[in-house]
Design a protein around this ligand. Structure first.
Ligand SMILES: [Zn+2]
Length: 111
């Protein structure tokens, strides 16, 4: 999968998409890559997430749990992406093998 770098403005759009659970896996990938490097967007995502999931001044531990949950969600998304990449690589290898096999068969038939 190609890694595209996005700017903070685009990341902001993805953040609201993420909060509303409307992001595709590819968009999630872009967002996660960005917030791993960009602290202010990570903060923005955390704040929006807290607000959306019921941020309250009263419940410190609740907020803490929510931040952990967000972290877990992001990690899960990353793992899903890694798995998908691995699967794509595997399928790519299979494709090459099949192609070699076909070429081999054609070669044998021709000779
Ligand atoms: Zn940013």
């Amino acid at each position: 999968m190609k890694q595209r770098n996005i700017d903070c403005k685009y990341a902001e759009k993805l953040i609201s998409g993420y909060i509303n659970k409307k992001l595709s896996l590819e968009d999630k990938n872009l967002l996660i890559n960005h917030i791993r490097k960009c602290k202010s967007c990570k903060e923005e995502l955390t704040i929006q997430y807290l607000v959306f999931e019921g941020f309250s001044d009263a419940g410190e531990s609740k907020n803490y749990n929510l931040i952990n949950r967000l972290e877990d969600e992001l990690k899960a998304a990353e793992q899903m992406l890694e798995e998908k990449q691995r699967r794509n690589m595997f399928l790519g290898c299979c494709g090459v093998l099949v192609l070699c096999f076909i070429m081999f068969v054609v070669f044998v038939l021709l000779v």
